[in-house]
Design a protein around this ligand. Structure first.
Ligand code: UFG
Length: 340
């Protein structure tokens, strides 16, 4: 089965390419390299030990996508390509709406034209906002988005479900990711934030590597056991494997159209302080940190009820937080080695 992986040079996309290749899928990678480097493709080729198909281009470009669909018999699509920085989306909402919504619509049109049936869409637990009940299930109400980025994920979900309600012959699974962290065990691919990282783990590893002076823990006065925010941190290779399972599930479903949403998390909530302590214990590296003000827009706590992923897809997270932190740290060290 040949799978088009949009955003395949990005953090989750690249790890998913590895998982797909290792599970017998062929891949066609599309990426405009706006937030990734082409060296990722070479690193991927090293891991999977073969030449990979890569087309540099933009999913908003219908002519480009149409050419890709003409060149390859695509049977399934995983749509990762999107902007993903929450803060930037608040400052530049149009950039986010234009890119994230338009690229999905262009892709759906191309899928329809080429009769491509299977779609896995990258969504986020951000669609739940601060849930009323934890762990959060897929049936929890969708809250008003707290950022244009979050809103693009909600609207993209609606676009797909509306198309399917209108009998577009597509089978779609929307995966709502919790917090992806870690890196491939080879340390050849990992997360590559541009500039100062917004996310916790790259900030932690860069601080441990001496690139940043200290980590600011955003708030210790939340209504949580240690006062810091709680998230569900999932190893990116577990997340990658969930995409393999999602495609296998869709492939096996002999219906004309289908739509469902699935949480992809570990089911376990960890506080920022627990993550910091686990990092120090696992890596034995000193980490300077300080308690800072709450970050605007942060929700207090969220973690997944991941039962549906197990029931529907036969998937569950296998890696521990410690493994993920160890892999993230090895990846950071590898980056430092390359610099020197
Ligand atoms: N944090 C710090 N210091 C930092 C960075 C983060 O204390 O320097 C804290 C945050 O306040 C939060 C936790 O670490 O409590 C996790 O923050 P991240 O920025 O790593 O992740 P978020 O949960 O804020 O956001 C992630 C993705 C979004 C996605 C969202 C869904 O980055 O794309 O999950 O909830 F929308």
């Amino acid at each position: 089965m040949k799978i088009l992986v949009t955003g395949g040079a990005g953090f989750i996309g690249s790890h998913t390419v590895v998982a797909l290749q290792q599970n017998g899928f062929e891949t066609v990678i599309v990426d405009n390299l706006s937030n990734a480097q082409d060296t990722v493709i070479q690193a991927l080729e090293k891991i999977v030990k073969k030449k990979l198909t890569f087309h540099q281009g933009d999913c908003n470009d219908a002519a480009f996508l149409s050419e890709v669909f003409k060149q390859h018999t695509i049977e399934g699509v995983i749509h990762f390509a999107a902007y993903k920085a929450v803060g930037e989306s608040v400052k530049s909402p149009l950039k986010y709406y234009q890119n994230n919504l338009n690229s999905l619509m262009t892709l759906l049109q191309q899928m329809e034209a080429s009769q491509t049936r299977n779609l896995v869409f990258s969504s986020s637990c951000t669609v739940y906002g601060q849930p009323d009940q934890l762990p959060v299930t897929e049936d929890s109400p969708i809250k008003l988005a707290t950022s244009p980025y979050g809103n693009t994920k909600q609207v993209c979900e609606e676009i797909i479900s509306d198309c399917i309600a209108a009998h577009m012959p597509i089978k779609a699974l929307v995966l709502r990711y919790f917090n992806p962290i870690g890196a491939h065990a080879s340390a050849l691919i990992g997360e590559l934030p541009i500039g100062v990282p917004n996310n916790l783990i790259p900030y932690v590893t860069q601080t441990a590597a001496g690139i940043r002076k200290e980590l600011s823990i955003f708030g210790d006065d939340y209504e949580t056991p240690d006062g810091t925010c709680i998230r569900d941190y999932i190893h990116v290779m577990d997340l990658a494997q969930a995409h393999v399972k999602a495609l296998q599930f869709l492939q096996a479903r002999s219906v004309a159209s289908f739509y469902d949403t699935v949480n992809i998390g570990t089911g376990e909530g960890k506080s920022v302080m627990e993550v910091v302590k686990a990092f120090i214990k696992t890596t034995q590296v000193a980490l300077h940190y300080t308690i800072a003000e709450r970050r605007a827009g942060d929700i207090e706590q969220i973690y997944a009820n991941a039962d549906k992923a197990k029931r529907l897809l036969g998937w569950e997270a296998k890696h521990s937080l410690e493994e993920a932190l160890g892999d993230a740290w090895r990846w950071q060290q590898q980056l430092e080695k390359k610099k020197s």
